[in-house]
Design a protein around this ligand. Structure first.
Ligand code: 3PG
Length: 209
């Protein structure tokens, strides 16, 4: 059971950020991640089938902790919860979206990229958050710098993370996990190469933090 964003960060070292173009891919993809040892997934609301994909994973792969990403309006927050999402990820936050999702009670992994945004989330009781887009916003050096004034904050850096730099991020004391799309490349999904995704998942699940 996820009580808040800190629990979302604790599930695995990596949260796969997934774009699904064909809802039929959702279940075999989720099962491949599970076989590789990854039991959390963020399906982004960037395609017309995203809600259907979330629904399928929620009902057919109950061991998978299913979340919805790229949620930017309260209406989308309602829809993804109806579909079965157990947590919500937002790229950034407006006061309206933040209050709405917090009132709904679903764990929120809210995006922040500035110190002021981080303080605003902390003020709402969110001490674990997404740092997005991580690489272009200063990456590891930025996260190290904010650890000084805000040692209690924990981050899921996302955006530009890959197999090449994930371990370096995870070595930081204020990084709980990282997010990224490198486990589930579009071409691999379209080719239905679930073994390859299982392989990427296995490597990601072995990362230390
Ligand atoms: C995104 O917005 O697509 C996620 O943050 C993942 O970013 P990535 O594709 O750089 O991993």
């Amino acid at each position: 059971v996820l009580r808040g964003p800190a629990d979302v960060l604790a599930v695995n070292p990596v949260i796969p950020v997934v774009v699904i173009d064909d809802a039929r891919h959702a279940v075999p993809l989720a099962r491949a991640l599970l076989r590789g040892g990854i039991r959390i997934i963020e399906i982004t609301l960037r395609t017309s089938v995203a809600l259907s994909a979330i629904e399928r994973v929620a009902s057919e792969v109950p061991e998978m902790v299913i979340g919805a990403g790229t949620v930017i309006t309260p209406e989308q927050a309602v829809a993804v919860q109806r579909a079965g999402a157990r947590f919500i990820v937002t790229p950034g936050t407006t006061p309206r979206l933040l209050d709405f999702v917090l009132d709904s009670g679903v764990p929120l992994l809210a995006g922040a990229s500035t110190v002021t945004e981080m303080m605003q989330l902390a003020e709402k009781g969110l001490n674990a958050m997404k740092f997005f887009p991580a690489e272009v916003c200063g990456g590891r050096a930025y996260l190290s710098a904010v650890a000084g004034p805000f040692p209690e904050l924990r981050f899921c850096p996302t955006g530009g993370i890959s197999a090449a730099n994930a371990a370096d991020y995870l070595a930081l004391a204020n990084v709980g996990c990282v997010g990224g799309s490198w486990l589930t490349p579009k071409a691999t999904i379209l080719a239905e190469d679930w073994d390859k995704i299982e392989h990427f998942a296995r490597q990601a699940a072995l990362l230390n933090r």
